[in-house]
Design a protein around this ligand. Structure first.
Ligand SMILES: [Zn+2]
Length: 149
C-alpha cells in the first residue's frame, strides 16, 4: 500500500501532495524498476514490496522538499538493506528523475558500501573503510558482491 509508480510527473506530484501535510520531511523508500520507472513508498515499506518483488536498477531512500517552483529532491541515498545496491547505480536514479523533470542533487547525498560476507553470509555496511565482517570478522571483498540469486 502507498506505493506510487511515478511514470509521470503528475503521478509523483499527486503522491507528494498527499504527503505534504504529514510526512514530506521523512525519507521515503524508492526503487528504480527494470523499466527505468521510479517507484516511491512510505519509509516503513520494504524495498522489495515497493518493487513488487522484481529486480531493480537502483534502490534507496529519498527525501523530497517543496519550493515555490515545485518539488525537488533534497537528499537521496542507496540505503536499502533489501537490495544492498552499489553506489554505481546512481545513473539509473538520475535518469528516472530527469525523465520526470524532477530537480536532484546530481549524485547520492549519502552513499553506502554494501558487502556480503563470503564466510558467513552476513550483509554488511562498510564504515570507515573497515572491510571486516561485523559478525565473524572475516575480510570482506573489495568489490560489490550481491548478484541476482
Ligand atoms: Zn561474516
Amino acid at each position: 500500500m502507498g506505493t506510487v509508480i511515478a511514470d509521470t510527473r503528475s503521478a509523483l506530484d499527486t503522491w507528494l501532495d498527499d504527503r505534504r501535510g504529514t510526512g514530506l520531511d521523512e525519507p521515503a523508500t524508492f526503487v528504480v524498476d527494470l523499466h527505468g520507472a521510479l517507484r516511491v513508498a512510505p519509509r516503513q515499506s520494504e524495498h522489495v514490496a515497493c518493487a513488487a518483488g522484481q529486480d531493480v536498477l537502483a534502490a534507496g531512500e529519498i527525501t523530497f522538499a517543496a519550493s515555490d517552483s515545485g518539488y525537488f529532491v533534497q537528499a537521496v541515498s542507496n540505503h536499502s538493506t533489501g537490495y544492498c545496491p552499489d553506489p554505481d547505480c546512481w545513473p539509473a536514479v538520475a535518469a528516472a528523475l530527469d525523465r520526470l523533470s524532477m530537480p536532484h542533487p546530481g549524485g547520492f547525498t549519502a552513499a553506502l558500501i554494501f558487502r556480503r560476507c563470503t564466510a558467513c553470509g552476513e550483509r554488511n555496511i562498510v564504515r570507515d573503510d573497515d572491510f571486516a565482517c561485523a559478525l565473524c570478522d572475516a575480510a570482506l571483498l573489495s568489490h560489490w558482491n550481491f548478484y541476482p540469486a
